[in-house]
Design a binder for this molecule. Structure first.
Ligand code: ATP
Ligand code: MG
Length: 139
């Protein structure tokens, strides 16, 4: 099984630690790249959230600086990566989950959309997101 993972701009400095956690969890890094999303790419990537109050801030944040994208594989990869990063709100994660460990929890609590990491929610989303990366020649 494959999944799509992304380190958002604020957490890209932790790429080495994050990759160690990926390997330790038994996943395989198939491909990886440091890339920059345009505003249009961010809007397409997050199209499901269009109209939500955090959409504009989310699109601005993702396109503000480079991100690191990954195609990961392994048994149950979607759930394994989502368990590694933890819940959407970093403050609600367990201590060793990546969003809790590396994202700016105070900023998120104050309304920032930046929780440091993304992971596909299900196999259809994983396929769609990996296909987008191929279309943009990022992966
Ligand atoms: P992701 O899709 O990035 O892995 P997720 O599936 O946990 O995260 P979604 O509900 O899909 O969460 O939201 C997508 C992204 O939008 C979140 O990761 C976060 O960056 C931002 N976001 C979601 N809800 C909020 C909120 N209430 N306030 C601010 N930002 C939010
Ligand atoms: Mg999501």
């Amino acid at each position: 099984m494959k999944t799509f993972a992304m380190i958002k701009p604020s957490c890209i400095v932790y790429s080495t630690e994050v990759e160690a956690a990926i390997i330790a969890a038994g996943l395989r890094i198939e491909t990886s790249a440091e890339v920059r999303f345009t505003r249009e790419m961010s809007e397409e990537f997050y199209a499901e959230h269009k109209g939500k109050p955090f959409f504009e801030g989310l699109v601005a944040m993702i396109s503000s600086a480079p991100v690191r994208v990954y195609c990961l594989s392994g048994e149950n990869a979607i759930q394994v990566w989502r368990d590694l990063i933890g819940p959407t709100n970093p403050n609600k994660g367990k201590e060793d989950q990546l969003r809790r460990k590396y994202a700016d929890a105070e900023a998120y609590a104050a309304g920032s959309p930046d929780n440091g990491f993304h992971g596909s929610a299900n196999p259809e989303d994983a396929e769609r997101e990996i296909d987008l990366m191929r279309k943009w020649q990022f992966l």
